[in-house]
Ligand binder design. Structure first.
Ligand code: GLA
Length: 389
C-alpha cells in the first residue's frame, strides 16, 4: 500500500477509535540490507535501503494528562503508558519499542505531551526487515511533530538504537535505525559504522529490481545467538590486537589462526570478507555492474551460512532456487538479509523477468518446504517523514 493511502487509512482508524481526526501523522520505513551483514557492530560498512513498507502513527493531544495511549489498529490492542514518571518497560510486549523511545526523549530533558496514538505497520513482524526499528523511528518522528522540536536524524537513530538495547534487549548495531531515519528515495545508504559517515548511492537503473523473499520463518534476535556472535567478534579482535575487526586484514587473520578457536576464526573471516564485499558492491552499484554485485551477494550468503552460521534451511533453499534460475533466467544474485535465523532473502534481478522469477521462487520454495513465502519488489524508499503536522 502506498504511504499516502496507508496514512489515510491510519487517520481513519484513529478517528474511528478516538472520535476525532488526528493532528499529526508520522511514518518510518523498514529496510532490506543489500550487503554488509553483521558488520555494523564491527565498525564496518553496510549498504541497506529503506523499503516501501512502513510503520505509521496518527496522533492528537490527549485531554487527560500523564498518559500516552497507543492503539494498534491491526491487532486491535491498546497500551497505556504512564509518562508522569520516567517511562519503564511494560505490557504489551510491542509497547516496549515505543516506551524505549519515550524514555530516550525524557532522558534528553523533553517533557512528553499526553497523546492519543493509533498505529499500523506494513513491515512484516519478525521478518528481518526491521519492523522494530521502523516502530522506534516512527515514534521519535511523531514526537518531533508533537513537540515541534526537530532532532538531528543521526541523534534520532542513536536514540532509537538505545531503545532497542535497553527496552527490547537486543544489542543491535546502528544499521536499521540509521536507514529508517536517513533513507532517501531512489538510493541505497552506504554507511561507515565507525565514523557514521553516510553516502547515498543512487539505485535508479530501471533494468534491475530488488525482490524481497520472506521465508515466513520467524526470526528471533532476542534469543541470544546475536549477542553470542557479537562476543565472538570481540574475542577475535582482542586476539588480533585491534580495536575492532574493521582494523584487521585477511592476512593478519590467517597469521593468527592458530591462536583462536575455529569458530572465532570463521566469524572473523566472514566479517573481514564482508566489509570488503560491501565496499566492492557499492562500487559495482555506482557503475551498474550488476553481475559483479550479484556475485558478491552470493559470496556474502555463503559466508553467512558456513562461517557466521546465521542462515537456516529455508533461507538456503531460496538462495539455491535463485542460483538455479541463474543469470540466464534473470537473477544476478541472492542472499539472506538482516540478522538471520529465518526472515528474508534479497534477490537482485532483471526487472523485465522479475514477475516470472518471483512466481518460480514461490512455487519451488513451497514445494521444497511446504511453506508459502511472501515475495515483493521494492524501490528504495524515503526515510522517516512527518506526513501531517
Ligand atoms: C540486525 C541488527 C543490525 C545488524 C543486522 C545484521 O538487523 O539490528 O544492527 O547487526 O542484524 O547485519
Amino acid at each position: 500500500m502506498p504511504l499516502k493511502q496507508l496514512a489515510a487509512r491510519v487517520a481513519a482508524d484513529f478517528e474511528k477509535h478516538y472520535g476525532r481526526p488526528p493532528r499529526w501523522i508520522a511514518a518510518a520505513p523498514g529496510r532490506v540490507n543489500v550487503i554488509g551483514e553483521h558488520t555494523d557492530y564491527n565498525d564496518g560498512f553496510v549498504l541497506p535501503m529503506a523499503i516501501e513498507r512502513y510503520s505509521v502513527m496518527a496522533a492528537d493531544a490527549a485531554s487527560a494528562p500523564g498518559k500516552i495511549s497507543v492503539y494498534d489498529t491491526h491487532f486491535k490492542e491498546s497500551a497505556a503508558i504512564d509518562i508522569s514518571a520516567p517511562v519503564t518497560k511494560g505490557e504489551p510486549k510491542w509497547s516496549n519499542y515505543i516506551r524505549g523511545v519515550l524514555a530516550g526523549f525524557q532522558r534528553r530533558g523533553v517533557k512528553l505531551p499526553a497523546l492519543d496514538i493509533a498505529f499500523m505497520s506494513t513491515v512484516p513482524l519478525g521478518g528481518g526487515l526491521s519492523s522494530s526499528a521502523a516502530l522506534e523511528v516512527c515514534t521519535a518522528t511523531l514526537l518531533e511533530a508533537a513537540t515541534g522540536k526537530t532532532m538531528d536524524p543521526v541523534e534520532k537513530a542513536l536514540l532509537a538504537q538505545q531503545a532497542e538495547h535497553e527496552f527490547a534487549g537486543v544489542p543491535c548495531g546502528i544499521m536499521d535505525q540509521f536507514i529508517s531515519a536517513l533513507g532517501r528515495a531512489g538510493h541505497l545508504l552506504l554507511l561507515d559504522c565507525r565514523t557514521r559517515k553516510t553516502e547515498l548511492v543512487p539505485m535508479s537503473d530501471p533494468t534491475v529490481e530488488l525482490l524481497v523473499v520472506n521465508t515466513n520463518v520467524k526470526h528471533e534476535l532476542g534469543s541470544g545467538e546475536y549477542a553470542k556472535r557479537r562476543a565472538e567478534c570481540e574475542q577475535a579482535a582482542k586476539i588480533l590486537g585491534v580495536k575492532s575487526l574493521r582494523d584487521a586484514t585477511a592476512d593478519q587473520l590467517e597469521q593468527a589462526k592458530g591462536k583462536m578457536s575455529d569458530v572465532v576464526y570463521r566469524r572473523a573471516r566472514h566479517v573481514i570478507g564482508e566489509i570488503e564485499r560491501t565496499i566492492h558492491a557499492a562500487e559495482g552499484i555506482r557503475q551498474s555492474n550488476w553481475p559483479t554485485v550479484g556475485q558478491l551477494m552470493y559470496a556474502s550468503h555463503n559466508a553467512l551460512r558456513d562461517d557466521y552460521e546465521v542462515s537456516c534451511t529455508e533461507l538456503d533453499v531460496v538462495v539455491d532456487i535463485a542460483e538455479n534460475i541463474g543469470l540466464k533466467g534473470g537473477v544476478y544474485g541472492c542472499r539472506m538479509t538482516g540478522g538471520g535465523f529465518g526472515g528474508c532473502c534479497v534477490a537482485l534481478v532483471k526487472a523485465s523477468a522479475a514477475e516470472g522469477i518471483a512466481k518460480k521462487i514461490a512455487a519451488d520454495y513451497q514445494k521444497k518446504t511446504n511453506i508459502e513465502p511472501a515475495i515483493f519488489a521494492s524501490r528504495p524508499a524515503a526515510g522517516a517523514t512527518i506526513v501531517k503536522g
